[in-house]
Write a protein that binds this ligand. Structure first.
Ligand code: KIV
Length: 267
């Protein structure tokens, strides 16, 4: 049953959810079709993640994703959405080169897609940039813990980040610099609990346990479409099996002559 609509989700409403004890829901989407479905089902926020590098483009990492590609996907997602808060990821090397580049590139994302906010990977190391974005009236969500754009430095994806002091410093720095929310990726649940208690902005977990203020999953993973099944994932459907079954039935019908039948044919 579609969730009750209570108006547009905005950045202030999203940020205020923490104080109200209202858990936030977020999923990724990369195109108009899926974004429309997620919005209709009442999701609070849609992330146009740079995970599209892997999920949509079939690449091993997010690193090759470009600003133009994020704008291309972000714009079609925004057009499908009536209610959810759309957040677009800033891809690798669109903000790491400094606050001036970050403001210019984030400004393009907001102007050319109509999204409400951007997300970038970093905490202490991006505090200056988060502050510059906030000063430019660009709402920004931070992302700490396992940061896929740091895959070269980390030596691989999927490594749990356990340094509590460092994570607390990152979260506090992002919040103090003006971030309105923060993604915690792949950190132990007790560390996520401590981080969530330490900052006034909502924490959105992925592989970070139940104590966050909200949760995000990669849509095609949770629909059982991508075949990627990490420990932290709960699959809510098996669309991969459904699609493969449907294609096999279609193949069988066309090759046997069972489709199209008279009911699908014009006189
Ligand atoms: O790119 C992405 O989809 C993300 C989520 C995993 C949070 O950053």
């Amino acid at each position: 049953m579609p969730a009750k609509r209570d108006g547009m989700m905005t950045v202030p409403k999203f940020a205020a959810a923490k104080e109200k004890g209202r858990r936030l829901t977020m999923l990724t989407a990369y195109d108009h079709l899926w974004a429309g479905l997620l919005d209709e089902a009442g999701i609070d926020s849609i992330l146009v993640g740079d995970s599209l590098g892997m999920v949509v483009q079939g690449r091993p990492t997010t690193m090759p994703v470009t600003l133009e590609q994020m704008i291309y996907h972000g714009e079609m997602v925004v057009r499908a959405v009536e209610r959810a808060l759309v957040v677009v990821d800033m891809p690798f090397m669109t903000f790491q080169t400094g606050p001036t580049d970050a403001v210019r590139n984030a400004g393009r994302i907001l102007k050319e897609t109509g999204a409400a906010a951007v997300k970038l990977e970093g905490g202490v190391n991006q505090a200056e940039t988060i502050a510059a974005l906030s000063a430019a009236e660009i709402p920004v969500m931070a992302h700490i813990g396992m940061k896929p754009q740091s895959v070269r430095k980390l030596g691989g994806m999927g490594r749990i980040q356990r340094d509590e002091e460092r994570l607390l410093d990152d979260a506090r720095a992002a919040a103090e610099a003006g971030a309105f929310g923060i993604v915690l990726e792949l950190i132990p649940q007790e560390v996520a609990k401590a981080v969530t208690a330490a900052i006034p902005i909502p924490t959105i977990g992925i592989g970070a346990g139940p104590h966050c203020d909200g949760q995000v999953l990669v849509g095609p993973d949770m629909f059982g479409l991508s075949g990627f099944e990490p420990k932290f994932l709960k699959k809510y459907a098996d669309l991969r099996g459904t699609v493969i079954d449907a294609v096999e039935s279609y193949r069988a019908d066309v090759t046997s002559g069972a489709f199209p039948g008279p009911e699908h044919s014009h006189d």
